[in-house]
Design a protein around this ligand. Structure first.
Ligand SMILES: [Zn+2]
Length: 101
């Protein structure tokens, strides 16, 4: 990728694991564009692999959760309740007609 500083030492950080910036570069880099030191570390380090997976799944998983948590609007609830009441009223009306009263 043009404009990326692919210095392996900078991306790996002091502890030898990928820095947050390194993780970002790894997720967005073209195949083969990463420094060999970064690729070697990522292939062998379960911690960095888990961090990359969590970074990839995090926003989408959170989005699914928040969509499920949204409650229907009060207007929709009122419309639903009214529809049920009208349908029930029509049912009682037709039952009364069928009974001949
Ligand atoms: Zn690591």
């Amino acid at each position: 990728m043009p404009g990326l500083d692919l210095d392996g030492q900078r991306l790996l950080g002091e502890k030898g694991c990928l820095t947050p910036e390194g993780l970002d570069v790894l997720r967005n880099a073209m195949p083969g564009a990463l420094p060999e030191a970064v690729v070697r570390h990522f292939a062998a380090c379960a911690t960095c692999q888990r961090r990359a997976l969590e970074a990839e799944a995090g926003p989408r998983a959170a989005g699914r959760r928040s969509r499920r948590a949204v409650a229907p609007s009060p207007t929709r609830l009122v419309v639903l309740v009214l529809t049920i009441l009208v349908a029930f009223g029509l049912l009682l009306l037709s039952l009364a007609k069928l009974a001949g009263r």
